[in-house]
Design a protein around this ligand. Structure first.
Ligand code: MTE
Ligand code: MO
Length: 549
């Protein structure tokens, strides 16, 4: 080993053509975690040795064809994270073949960063964002809205590359699937502290096949390292559920407040939402597996809160964090999940890879991406992102004690209700309008009304089930029960033949929805700007110009 030359990362990356191609791969122990205080500053996985290989001659022999292997040059030429995900490489023979091409080792300074710069990340990221560039409010952090044409199309699921992105800080690129989620707090057995009981604890844990304890002696006293830990890789192996969930930002339609006053934040139009299918593990199930008795916490007299922290940090190093009351696990959000797939594909970096929380029926801010830590506590989450944002206030300096969380405030909680129409086609003397409606907290939409005469007369739209069949609200099954995704609707409004010519002005359509609690959207958002300097929860009738085609 010591006789082999040492190369820098830069030198490796110079061998980047098909006639001269070098890669790196770790070959040695990888240490699981750094000590708590430094978690933010250092990558979690540190490879002890990174070997350098000249694989030019192997390019044509690669079973997946040369282009696969050449992918690493779009990153930093390191193939480790590819191999982690493509299990077929985990065989002695494959390692043996690779070893034949070894030309040296990477110098120590560059080793530590090997995993930070995962290969293929850069092009993938730009690929992910490409479609949204024209709809961005900010590039760093990336904030962009779902194009209205996409919402207006007949997609049941919003294509992920067009799904709005709301990042508060940079995407934490250093994560790998061997990182994971730490779970701490009330009801969580601290496997490190009960050292004497560790063996019995451990056997229970091994039984679960997925929960890891920390065995590294030096890390034992570190508070950060308390509790349980599960890697993303192991999370992917647990029993999963799939849920169609509408994700929506609290600032959705904020620009509509401009008519009435000033608000702070991105001027979202109707595209701060997307409706996709998430696959993941129910948080209740995960807790159960980890031996955390949430039912007991729920039934106790105390109120508990579940904190979620992402791996992303603000400039001062504080992680994005929020909390939700634990009781909602059993009420409106029984389906809180730790998701890792969206529309049958791995989450993209922008949407939270390797795993994110999804809190169906609540404002998007609670669905923490890049989930890294979960804490059960009697207190609410102290993170700035929770204390200062997504609260109805007229005072930016207001603290958590002064201002209620949006969800406990707005219409007895949760998201706001929306409807809007996008497609209008003149057809046999009528205009076809299509749109979607959704309410918060899993409440079903039971009616959508459309008017094209300024609200003098209203027409009830046809509502659709997920499978596009007609939704029949006279059937209790279709009328009640939790529903966290959108209800598509359409309507053909007859227009007298002379209407368009006699009304020599632009036609407008108004639409409004009713949910099963008979909440109805307000006519304007004029009154919702009060104590709402950040402009959340705009949800008045949707009012649009009709261009008849
Ligand atoms: N999670 C982390 N870790 N960091 C964030 O900035 N933004 C939140 C939420 N989860 C955020 C986060 C907000 S405000 C919204 S609206 C949703 O993610 C947006 O999810 P999306 O970007 O996947 O559409
Ligand atoms: Mo948001």
């Amino acid at each position: 080993l010591s006789t082999l030359p040492i190369y820098s990362r830069d030198e490796v990356m110079k061998h980047s053509s098909e006639d001269d191609y070098w890669i790196t791969y770790f070959n040695g122990t990888n240490k699981k975690k750094k000590r708590g205080g430094q978690v933010k500053k250092l990558p979690h996985t540190i490879y002890m040795h990174i070997c350098v290989y000249d694989v030019t001659k192997f390019l044509d022999e690669h079973p997946g064809n040369r282009s696969r292997l050449l992918l690493a040059r779009y990153g930093n030429h390191d193939i480790s994270s590819f191999w982690k995900q493509l299990g077929q490489h985990n065989q002695p023979l494959v390692h043996e073949i690779l070893e034949r091409y070894r030309v040296g080792n990477l110098r120590a300074e560059d080793v530590i960063y090997a995993d930070v710069l995962s290969p293929a990340v850069d092009p993938k990221l730009s690929e992910e964002r490409k479609e949204l560039y024209d709809y961005a409010f900010s590039y760093e952090p990336f904030i962009a809205e779902t194009p209205i044409e996409i919402l207006a199309s007949d997609h049941r699921y919003t294509p992920v590359n067009y799904h709005f992105v709301r990042n508060h800080f940079g995407v934490p690129m250093h994560l790998t699937i061997d990182d994971g989620i730490r779970i701490q707090g009330v009801g969580v057995k601290n496997v490190n502290q009960k050292k004497d009981k560790q063996s019995s604890q451990k056997s229970k844990i091994i039984d679960l096949t997925c929960v890891h304890t920390y065995t590294n002696e030096e890390e034992e006293e570190d508070e950060e390292e308390e509790g349980l830990w599960i890697s993303y890789r192991d999370l992917y192996r647990l029993p999963y559920v799939e849920r169609e969930v509408l994700m929506q930002c609290g600032g959705h339609r904020r620009r509509e407040y401009d008519k009435y006053g000033e608000t702070k934040g991105s001027k979202w139009d109707v595209g701060a939402l997307g409706n996709t299918k998430f696959k993941g593990v129910l948080l209740r199930d995960l807790f159960k597996k980890l031996g955390i008795d949430v039912q007991a916490l729920y039934e106790s007299d105390k109120e508990y809160h579940v904190w979620f922290f992402g791996a992303d940090t603000d400039p001062s190093g504080e992680n994005y964090g929020v909390s939700i009351p634990l009781k909602f696990f059993f009420l409106w959000t029984g389906d809180v999940m730790v998701a890792y797939q969206q529309n049958d594909e791995a989450l993209t970096h922008d949407h939270g890879w390797p795993a994110r929380i999804v809190v169906p029926g609540w404002v998007g801010a609670r669905s923490v991406k890049w989930i890294q830590k979960i804490v059960i506590s009697e207190k609410e989450c102290p993170a700035e992102t929770f204390k200062k944002s997504y609260r109805m206030t007229s005072d930016d300096k207001a603290e958590i004690r002064d201002v209620l969380d949006i969800f406990l405030f707005f219409k007895n909680s949760l998201n706001n209700m929306h409807t809007y129409a996008h497609i209008y086609l003149k057809k046999k003397g009528g205009i076809t309008l299509k749109g979607e409606a959704h309410s918060g907290g899993g409440r079903r939409i039971i009616r959508v009304d459309v008017s094209i005469d300024g609200g003098a007369t209203w027409h009830a739209a046809t509502l659709r089930n997920s499978d596009n069949t007609y939704l029949d609200v006279s059937k209790p099954k279709e009328r009640y029960g939790q529903k966290y995704n959108w209800t598509k609707w359409d309507i053909l409004i007859p227009i007298p033949a002379d209407y368009l010519s006699s009304h020599n002005k632009q036609l407008r359509a108004l639409c409004r929805a009713f949910d099963e609690s008979h909440n109805r959207q307000p006519e304007t958002c004029q009154h919702d700007i009060v104590f709402n300097s950040k402009g959340y929860c705009a949800n008045s009738y949707h009012n649009i110009a009709i261009h008849v085609v």
